[in-house]
Every structure is written in structure tokens, then in C-alpha cells.
Design a protein around this ligand. Structure first.
Ligand code: 5GP
Ligand code: MN
Ligand code: MN
Length: 329
């Protein structure tokens, strides 16, 4: 059970001395906040660690303590290998990206996550799927380890809670995570500042991309599905990267009467990143899983090989089945 898993994780932290901490590719606020929250805990325990993310960490999170210590894989980790690995906010091993060569052959992995699609890929697994964020689980872990809440830790946890609940608005918002958040505010977190940095500020490239993406809006499945499409050319013409495409999908889902919003982004040539957001009739984690991805009931994603049109066909067919309405109805 969960309590037992937390205790096992505490033992894991105590019995190793040096850790590799990582999260999922194209990290969000929970991924980076959780990575740095573990670092803050290990500081308290006097352990050494290396932080890595295959994609590096987005600059918008540079206000978080020890942000500059997050390495990306192209940086030389000097052929270093690790026998203790902690993966946070990763639903399965593939979400970690290409980090395997950093693992020693006998490496033990601690998997801490909140995705319902998590396949328990660790030697130790701490999974609570009703946690709004992995950061919420790390709050429990810090407590289970008998560690104090430091200012650094508080800021990291708050950031994970805030971003994964969309500013305490999504249906995963709970009395427990708002209680934790309230408590963290007593440890020096400035909520207005964190919200401004994580939720309010958008890049000019994002706005230019939004202008183009809205031109591609397509309603299907009897107006139950709304989709937008972003090609390589769209990204290049406004100087945007795939990160700038984040959030486009919300415009689709938010349309009155829409059950599922979808964004199709040609992240690499021949590769389409699909983001799915649901209202209530469809569990989009099931759709994403069917297509090789995963996520949550109301927010999920996958990456498909092929063109935008091919991705559209596969996703729209799957949605047609789930909704019982054909795409062209
Ligand atoms: P987003 O659409 O913002 O990239 O992701 C929404 C949710 O789906 C997040 O919780 C994210 O972790 C999950 N997700 C997105 N893409 C993938 C994927 O390719 N595989 C898995 N397992 N989960 C994904
Ligand atoms: Mn995440
Ligand atoms: Mn998360």
C-alpha cells in the first residue's frame, strides 16, 4: 500500500549515497518542480546527486532553486554511471528518454509518479493516482522521511501543485492539495510570483503560433471534437519551438459543448505530438494509451510517426469509437 511504499522509498534514500534524478522528456512544472524537490530533500540528508533531463529544462522555471544544476544529455556527464536512480512524474520507462546509458548495470530505480497509466517500472514504486501532482507525493515522502520543510522544498512543491492543477482549477484539485499549498505559503512561497511565471507569462512566439493555429480549427464528430494543427513550417515561420505550442489544446477543449480538444503538432519532421484534453464523456488516457502514449483521464498525449493527416486519421477514428459518433457526422 501507499504508506508501505513511502517507507520503502525513505529506505531507498537512506541506503544510497549518490543518486541520479530525472523526469520526463519535455518537462512541465511538476516534472521540474519534483526533480528539484528531490534535490532539496537530498541536500537535507547530506547525499550527493546529479540532475538530468533529456530535453533540458525550460527557462521559465529558472526561478526554482538549483535549476542550473539540471544537465541535459548532450552535456558531458563524463561517462559517469549511477547505481541509484530516482524517476519523478514518468508514467513509463520510455518517458525518461534516452538516459539508459547513465544507469549502472545493477542500477536500482525508485519510481515516484501519479499517472494512472504508470506501469510500475521501478524496483521501488510510489504511485498515488489520486495525487494531483507528483509534487504532492513528494510532500508526503518528505514528511515520511521526517525532514523539515525548507523554503527551497516549499517553492518546488508549490510549483508542481500549481501547474498540474492549472492554478487549482482542474478536477484533480482536492482539499488535501489545497491544504498542502496553504501550508507551503507559510514557508516563503510568493503565490502571485509563481503564478505569474508559470501560468501568466507567454512567449511572443506562442501568441504568433496561436494566431496561426486558430486558423486551422476543425470541428468534427458532431461538434464534440475540436482540433488544431501545427506544421513544421508553422513552427519555423514564427520562430517557435514545440514548447511554444503548449496550451493550444485548451482553446479547443474550452469551446462550449466540446467533449475532447486535440492539438496535432509536427514536433519533428515525420513525428506528430498529439495532446488530448477531455471534458467528461471520454477518458483520454485510454485513447492515448491505445496509441502508445498515456496520461490522465482529462489530459493525455502521445507521439505518432507519420504526417499530420495520418495522425488526424488515427486519433479521430479512436475518438469516433469512444464517442460513438463518426468524425464526419
Ligand atoms: P501534454 O499534452 O501536455 O504533453 O500531456 C498531457 C498529459 O499526458 C501529461 O500528464 C503527460 O505526462 C501525458 N503524456 C503526454 N504525452 C505522453 C506520452 O507520449 N506518453 C505518456 N505515457 N504520457 C504522455
Ligand atoms: Mn508532467
Ligand atoms: Mn505530473
Amino acid at each position: 500500500d501507499y504508506r508501505r511504499a513511502l517507507e520503502e522509498a525513505v529506505r531507498f534514500l537512506r541506503e544510497h549515497d549518490r543518486f541520479l534524478i530525472l523526469s520526463h522528456v519535455n518537462p512541465d512544472g511538476d516534472a521540474i518542480g519534483s526533480t528539484l524537490a528531490v534535490a532539496a530533500m537530498l541536500e537535507q540528508l547530506g547525499k550527493s546527486y546529479v540532475l538530468v533531463n533529456e530535453s533540458g529544462a525550460p527557462d521559465k522555471f529558472s526561478f526554482l532553486p538549483r535549476f542550473e544544476r539540471i544537465c541535459n544529455l548532450s552535456q558531458d556527464l563524463a561517462g559517469d554511471t549511477f547505481s541509484a536512480v530516482i524517476a519523478v512524474d514518468c508514467a513509463d520507462a520510455s518517458r525518461m528518454g534516452d538516459v539508459r546509458h547513465l544507469f549502472a548495470p545493477d542500477a536500482a530505480l525508485l519510481n515516484i509518479d501519479h499517472h494512472p497509466t504508470n506501469d510500475a517500472f521501478g524496483a521501488v514504486n510510489v504511485i498515488r493516482t489520486d495525487a494531483a501532482a507528483t509534487a504532492e507525493i513528494l510532500y508526503d515522502l518528505n514528511e515520511a522521511a521526517g525532514l523539515p520543510i525548507t523554503e527551497d522544498f516549499a517553492l518546488c512543491i508549490y510549483t508542481g501543485l500549481l501547474t498540474d492543477t492549472g492554478g487549482f482549477r482542474y478536477s484533480n484539485t482536492s482539499p488535501y492539495n489545497m491544504e498542502i499549498a496553504a501550508r507551503l505559503l507559510r514557508y516563503g512561497v510568493n503565490p502571485g510570483d509563481v503564478a505569474e511565471r508559470c501560468l501568466e507569462v507567454i512567449t511572443l512566439s506562442h501568441v504568433k503560433l496561436l494566431r496561426q493555429a486558430l486558423q486551422t480549427l476543425r470541428m468534427s464528430h458532431g461538434n464534440l471534437v475540436a482540433s488544431v494543427f501545427v506544421s513544421r513550417q508553422d513552427l519555423e515561420s514564427v520562430g517557435a519551438d514545440r514548447e511554444d505550442a503548449g496550451g493550444l489544446v485548451n482553446y479547443c477543449r474550452n469551446i462550449e459543448g466540446v467533449e475532447v480538444g486535440v492539438s496535432f503538432v509536427e514536433a519533428e519532421p515525420g513525428t506528430v505530438k498529439v495532446s488530448l484534453r477531455a471534458r467528461s464523456r471520454v477518458d483520454v488516457s485510454e485513447i492515448a494509451k491505445q496509441l502508445g502514449g498515456g496520461g490522465h483521464a482529462k489530459a493525455a498525449g502521445c507521439t505518432l510517426r507519420g504526417t499530420l493527416a495520418e495522425a488526424q486519421e488515427r486519433v479521430w477514428n479512436a475518438l469516433g469509437q469512444a464517442l460513438g459518433v463518426n468524425a464526419d457526422e
